[in-house]
Design a protein around this ligand. Structure first.
Ligand code: ADP
Ligand code: MG
Length: 338
């Protein structure tokens, strides 16, 4: 069987079978494969737990040179990994870059890439401390980022986890959904006029501060929307063994997305990736205080999009009420199924 027939998630499950097997488990690694970051607490150290993540963008797969400037590529490639730290409620600290180049790029272009990455690093307080440079048939930009978990004392790390949702919890999303994917289509169709969508695509803002705030308010379960809201809900549902029921009508979409995509806007909202918002869960009794306190701290909207239920027989991880007809799903290898 080919990898393209297997799909990304069964592939990761196979990797996990090897890498998490008996003899490979270190008790200091409290969270391994399956969340946005791994969590490592060196047993002898009083230092907070370390969060680790890596992400890679490949030309032709994740970006095209026509739709992203070198400077924006520097920003958004690092932002993708910073978002994984945010998805755990952590503090991003240090980054290593993997850079694959064909050799035909101009020096000025690659300087722009470094400049964009530096802007992102400064914005989120990250030190770029090393990396690797390789010759490659395509441009490859990858980042490994380490951060710290919010843990004032020794003891188990406090992190937001995909696996902490419970039946009855309310599902909430930050910001706007689908803007980045729509921004890409704006650029591909060269239609202009919807700058907020293009900006969301080129300069995404991982929700680092917001996630730390949520963690400090007792939220336990979250992930980012790097592959779209539907996918975030599926990741939470599967990791928490709950069913997540969402309503497409209430998904928050920016006015520019409605203007651009009209009746397809909910499609973008559900399945469009690279937004780097947070999907999290909260108990019903904590919801109204949380929404109120959030409103006093952030301008970014919070929107209730659904609810977690007991997983029924015959697993369906996510249901979407009033689902749009079309389906835009991003899949790394082309055969994802629920
Ligand atoms: P994200 O979208 O948040 O970056 P991914 O979907 O890429 O996360 O990965 C899901 C989980 O699988 C993560 O915990 C990641 O570390 C793990 N993972 C992905 N690819 C591999 C691999 N080749 N080997 C081991 N673990 C992997
Ligand atoms: Mg992630």
């Amino acid at each position: 069987m080919k990898i393209s027939e297997l799909g990304e998630f069964p592939l990761i499950a196979r990797a996990s079978k090897y890498f998490s097997s008996v003899g490979m488990q270190n008790p200091d690694v409290s969270l391994g494969i399956g969340d946005d970051c791994a969590v490592w607490q060196p047993s002898e150290s009083s230092y907070p737990s370390v969060l680790l993540t890596t992400d890679t963008l490949v030309e032709g797969v994740h970006f095209l040179q026509q739709t992203v400037s070198w400077r924006d590529l520097g920003w958004k490639s690092l932002a993708a990994s910073v978002s994984d730290i945010a998805a755990m409620g952590g503090v991003p600290v240090v980054a290593l870059m993997t850079l694959g180049l064909t050799g035909n790029e101009s020096v000025e272009a690659v300087d722009q890439l470094f400049a964009g990455a530096t802007e992102c690093a400064q914005t989120f307080g990250v030190t770029i401390a090393g990396g690797d440079t390789i010759r490659s048939d395509f441009v490859i930009v990858g980042w490994t980022v380490a951060g710290t978990a919010l843990a004032p004392d020794r003891g188990p790390a406090r992190v937001l986890r995909r696996s902490a949702a419970r039946p009855g919890d309310i599902v909430v999303v930050t910001g706007w959904c689908g803007s980045s994917a729509a921004g890409l289509d704006v650029l591909l169709r060269e239609c202009g006029g919807v700058q907020s969508l293009v900006l969301a695509h080129q300069r995404p803002l991982p929700r680092v501060r917001e996630a730390q705030w949520l963690l400090s308010r007792g939220i336990e379960c979250a992930t980012d929307t790097s592959d779209g809201v539907f996918e975030s809900c599926r990741l939470i549902a599967e990791a928490s063994r709950v069913q997540v029921n969402i309503d497409a009508r209430v998904l928050p979409v920016h006015d520019d997305l409605v203007r651009f995509a009209r009746e397809e806007s909910k499609d973008y909202a559900l399945y469009g990736g690279e937004d780097y918002e947070l999907v999290f869960t909260v108990t019903p009794d904590a919801l109204s205080d949380l929404l109120e306190e959030w409103g006093r701290s952030f301008e970014l909207p919070l929107t209730v999009i659904g609810r977690c239920e007991v997983l029924p027989d015959g697993v369906q991880w996510v249901t979407v009420a009033h689902s749009p007809a079309g389906i835009h799903r991003f899949s790394h290898f082309g055969s994802e199924t629920q």
